[in-house]
Design a protein around this ligand. Structure first.
Ligand SMILES: [Zn+2]
Length: 113
């Protein structure tokens, strides 16, 4: 499952960071997930609790910051919200849309003890 491998790699990175700082517990993880990243937030949340079990991040509170997608039309430079990678410009109707944001998937912050 896509979300499970993401959850496992985030947990790995977060735990390595906590241990590297001499901390034994992760109490919070904040993620940024773009709506165009292809990640199902519900599924990711579920996978996180499974992936964190038995690790120093077991009791970490997971906060997911979902970001809207944004595109820019290459034909007329209009900037508008997009919900798919194949968006159409609402101003001129062209499909030459550059995705500017919404594909991100990153760890924004962690809280460790
Ligand atoms: Zn346009």
């Amino acid at each position: 499952m896509h979300e499970m491998s993401i959850a496992l790699s985030v947990i790995d990175a977060v735990v390595a960071r906590a241990l590297g700082e001499g901390c034994s517990r992760v109490t919070g993880i904040e993620l940024v997930v773009g709506r165009l990243s292809g990640v199902a937030v519900d599924s990711l949340t579920f996978c996180f609790s499974a992936a964190a079990r038995g690790t120093p991040a077991e009791e970490a509170e997971l906060v997911i910051d979902e970001r809207e997608g944004q595109g820019r039309c290459e034909a007329c430079s209009a900037v508008f919200p997009v919900s798919t990678l194949y968006a159409k410009c609402p101003t001129c109707g062209q499909f030459r849309v550059q995705i500017e944001s919404g594909e991100e998937l990153l760890v924004k912050s962690i809280t460790i003890e």
